[in-house]
Design a binder for this molecule. Structure first.
Ligand SMILES: [Fe+2]
Ligand SMILES: [Fe+2]
Length: 155
């Protein structure tokens, strides 16, 4: 595997909310795991994909829900567009899984690139928008630190 395929967590990806950062790290770990299993061997790749994909899809859905709950709780105006982006991405992934399950060849490396691109762009552009908003409303609370925590999610 070429080293530049890996994604490494950088503090510049931080949203300032621990639960979100932890989930983003988990997503990047999954992308790296996909690259690690991109051998080009169809049977191996299919066995691996079959093994991990359902749990990964659930992980992504849980992550989106965490973000969406926070955006709703804080009345973030960008919520509808953000939710739409999440839904469109979920649909694409679910479609890829369906195609795979109906016998279509899935090239793991291609899938890994698609995921890497989407996740990194989404974090850098859309997730950053709510992060900036969170920072603003936290400052308005004037206690010097971000008060949005896990407790705000009602978990
Ligand atoms: Fe995210
Ligand atoms: Fe998001």
């Amino acid at each position: 595997m070429k080293p530049n395929e890996y994604v490494t967590w950088s503090d510049s990806y931080s949203m300032g909310v621990k639960i979100i950062d932890d989930q983003h790290k988990g997503l990047l770990d999954f992308v790296n795991d996909l690259f690690n299993h991109s051998t080009g061997n169809e049977r191996d790749e299919a066995a691996y994909f079959k093994d991990v994909i359902h749990q990964a899809v659930q992980y992504v859905k849980d992550h989106f829900q965490t973000e969406e709950k926070l955006m709703i709780a804080t009345k973030f105006a960008g919520y509808p567009a953000h939710k739409k982006a999440h839904d469109e991405f979920t649909l694409k992934v679910v479609q890829s899984v369906k195609d795979f399950e109906s016998g279509k060849r899935l090239v793991l490396e291609k899938f890994a690139y698609f995921l890497k691109d989407w996740v990194l762009t989404h974090i850098a552009v859309m997730d950053r928008q709510y992060a900036e908003y969170f920072r603003k409303i936290a400052t308005r609370k004037a206690d010097g630190k971000l008060t949005i925590t896990k407790d705000d999610l009602g978990k």
